[in-house]
Ligand binder design. Structure first.
Ligand SMILES: C[S@@+](CC[C@H](N)C(=O)[O-])C[C@H]1O[C@@H](n2cnc3c(N)ncnc32)[C@H](O)[C@@H]1O
Length: 431
């Protein structure tokens, strides 16, 4: 059996049946399965996940039974087969069908005839699958075309209008690429570019962040000695941009109240030339160990971690910090191209209560800021209720803070993840 497709199947089953995060499931299965082409596996897994609603719409056209009655294993193999046939030009039709049948024989015995039949019908009639009439049901049309649950499409249409919503959906698809942060404590951007290029990686500078490099070609980056010796970290441009906007200076005291897994904390430490102090807290103790481990790899010694619920005031920190970062838990709707599974989350009470929790965390975080200090709020979402609305509520009752810079980054405008940053300053005088 082809190890590439088997690995993709296992990763997709992990996402469907164990609610695993796609990136973690994929990395885990690639390590276990040792496929000959990890990039093929990635393309197939992300392609299927990104287009799940569209693929199911197609499958429904070619089966007589109810799609909800299919076993997950049947459905995953059908999605993989249709995706290869319809959207992966490099895969010959016979390979897509034969390999799907081989998977079916192993993982859903007795269903190989059914799967073979559906895939062959698709080959014969792929152009006959109707889309919903856009003029009759715009939300349904966009939901199927861009594979995103209807409640999210509806919410964005309410907040941004139809045209922008379609742009957001369009640019939230496709491989975002790999971005790394140069560890300026150990190397410089030019030096790292040269060393990576010598090893066969293709690297270019980011247009968005000073310390970011985009790796456009090359495999097994994290197994390389340059990574192991701490010369760089993997981090999205959006995360790095947040720290660039916060602009922590050497010698300052910084508090990061939702710090794990530590991307922004460690970027801040590098920007501070490892001078000063950063208190990094998170509600989950086990996640804090990741920060400490990474700090060791990067040669960072100014970070102190401890578990803390950011909705509770830590009296040790009152008015102590030059800068406080509240990178709060959010719906993640700005990072759906990295984590497509977010597009399929049902709207639960948890979603609607997020702004309440975010405001609570922000209020507590504000108490740690010195007079004249900086308070920065950030999310990786494009839901206004978790962004502008939270800030509006906060500023209404906290008159000593005012906005220095506020930005909503959008996938279709900035070609980045969707994320929101609001940098505020606490007044010098008593208000
Ligand atoms: C967006 S993530 C932070 C990412 C991090 N700043 C980084 O750059 O790597 C939000 C974090 O908030 C933490 N969290 C959730 N509820 C919390 C609470 N009540 N108190 C403290 N941390 C919380 C989560 O464990 C999660 O690690």
């Amino acid at each position: 059996m082809d190890a590439n497709r088997k690995t993709a199947y296992y990763a997709l089953m992990d996402v469907e049946t164990k609610s695993s995060y796609s990136n973690l499931a994929l990395n885990h299965q690639i390590i276990l399965g040792k496929p000959s082409s990890p990039s093929f596996v990635r393309g197939l897994v992300y392609g299927v996940l990104e287009n799940k609603i569209l693929l199911d719409h197609i499958i429904e056209h070619f089966i007589t039974s109810d799609i909800d009655k299919l076993k997950t294993s049947d459905l995953v193999i059908l999605r993989m087969g249709i995706y290869q046939l319809g959207y992966m030009n490099s895969v010959p039709e016979y390979a897509a069908v034969n390999e799907s049948v081989v998977l079916a024989k192993k993982f859903c015995k007795g269903r190989e005839g059914f799967i073979n039949g559906v895939l062959r019908s698709y080959i014969r009639n792929r152009h006959a699958v109707p889309m919903p009439d856009r003029s009759e049901d715009q939300i349904k049309y966009l939901s199927i075309k861009y594979s995103c649950l209807e409640w999210i499409v509806e919410m964005w249409i309410d907040q941004y209008g139809v045209e922008t919503t379609e742009q957001i959906l369009k640019y939230s698809q496709g491989n975002p690429g790999l971005c790394i942060r140069v560890n300026t404590l150990k190397t410089g951007k030019e030096d790292l570019m040269r060393r990576l290029t010598e090893k066969g990686f293709e690297v270019k500078e980011s247009q968005i962040c000073d310390s970011a490099l985009l790796v456009t070609k090359g495999n097994r980056l994290l197994e390389d000695s340059l990574y192991k010796s701490g010369l760089f970290s993997v981090q999205d441009e959006s995360s790095m941009k947040t720290v660039e906007m916060m602009d922590p200076k050497p010698g300052e005291m910084v508090v990061d109240v939702c710090a794990a897994p530590g991307g922004k904390t460690l970027a801040a430490a590098e920007r501070m030339s490892n001078r000063g102090q950063i208190i990094a807290t998170d509600i989950y103790l086990r996640k804090l160990t990741l920060i400490n481990k990474e700090a060791d790899r990067l040669g960072v010694s100014i970070v102190k971690t401890w578990p803390w619920d950011a909705t509770k005031v830590d009296s040790e920190l009152l008015e102590k910090a030059d800068r406080v970062l509240a990178d709060v838990p959010c719906s993640g709707l700005g990072v759906i191209r990295r984590k497509p599974e977010i597009k399929y989350k049902k709207r639960l009470n948890e979603f609607d209560s997020l702004p309440i929790k975010q405001l609570e965390i922000l209020k507590v975080a504000s108490k740690y800021v010195k007079r004249g200090g900086i308070l920065q709020y950030s999310t990786c979402t494009i839901n206004k209720q978790e962004n502008e609305e939270v800030i509006k509520e906060f500023l209404k009752k906290n008159k000593s803070f005012s906005i220095v810079e506020e930005r909503q980054f959008m996938p279709h405008i900035d070609r980045t993840d969707g994320f929101y940053v609001c940098k505020m300053v606490r007044s010098d005088s008593l208000i």
